[in-house]
Design a protein around this ligand. Structure first.
Ligand code: G1P
Length: 260
């Protein structure tokens, strides 16, 4: 609607208590850096024009978190993208949030994953059931139950053919790791699609120590998928105080026209 998908991802991190954010970026994405920066010129005109709400929103975005950027250089896969964060992250635990996956603010997935990491001191990945037909678009996990929403990962396969998939639990784009993942990524050979796969490094990690999966059902949209992008827009618009009521009225009238 009125903010780019990446802002939902940054807001999710901030609301889970993460304020140091490194964006892995690439060529042709400089608008992203400008979006989170202050724009003195625009702020000046907003102030002159008395647009106080817009001005406050712009400043809020710029002050939301400490945002840093590093370029991936070559697109060699998700595992490679994560590995370029090694120097910035150092020895601290960290979370990975994929920019195409938007979480509903109420889903609470990242917060729950960070809580699990704090309790157990081990990596946690987000898992959600998908249909057998869809599993080949995701990393797929074989798991055993632990308690409640928590499972332990026994095996992982990146984008398996449906007949190879050990389950229909798909890895969603949220991960919490300790720094040991970087050594494993450095040793990970190109896998599916000739790319360095994060899934392959987690599989090795799970053979050495427990890796947990946080399972959830609702509140995730893949905005790299056109239909889900539309669904996310409609869902989030309907919930807004300023737009929701009139947008709902529009949708009802619009659908009634199709039915008549
Ligand atoms: C990536 C990961 C995959 C994961 C997915 C979640 O795939 O490689 O394991 O399930 O994100 O969105 P991509 O969608 O980048 O191909």
């Amino acid at each position: 609607m009125d903010k780019p998908a990446i802002q939902y991802v940054v807001e999710e991190a901030v609301s889970a208590g993460i304020t140091d954010i490194l964006v892995i970026t690439g060529r042709g994405k400089r608008t992203l850096e400008d979006h989170f920066d202050r724009s003195f010129e625009l702020e000046y005109y907003l102030e002159e024009g008395g647009k106080t709400e817009e001005l406050a929103e712009m400043r809020r975005i710029a002050e939301m978190a400490n945002i840093h950027y590093v370029r991936q250089g070559e697109p060699r896969g998700l595992g490679h993208a994560v590995s370029v964060a090694a120097e910035h992250v150092g020895e601290a635990p960290f979370a990975v949030l994929l920019g195409d996956d938007i979480m509903h603010p109420d889903a609470g997935v990242l917060t729950a994953m960070l809580g699990t990491f704090d309790e157990r001191g081990r990596s946690v990945i987000a898992l959600k059931e998908v249909s057998a037909a869809d599993i080949s678009s995701y990393g797929c996990a074989a798991v055993k139950p632990v308690e409640g929403n928590l499972v332990q990962v026994e095996d992982l396969i990146e984008k398996p053919a449906p007949e190879e998939a050990p389950s229909n639990l798909a890895v969603m784009g949220r991960y919490v790791f300790g720094p040991e993942i970087f050594d494993l990524l450095a040793r990970t050979e190109p896998g599916r699609g000739g790319e360095i796969q994060l899934t392959d490094a987690i599989k090795v990690l799970a053979q050495r120590e427990p890796v947990y999966g946080w399972t959830f059902r609702q509140g995730r949209f893949d905005v790299g998928n056109k239909l889900e992008y539309l669904e996310a827009t409609v869902e989030l618009a309907l919930e807004r105080d300023d737009l929701g009521p009139s947008f709902r009225k529009f949708l009802v009238e619009r659908l009634a026209r199709d039915d008549s």
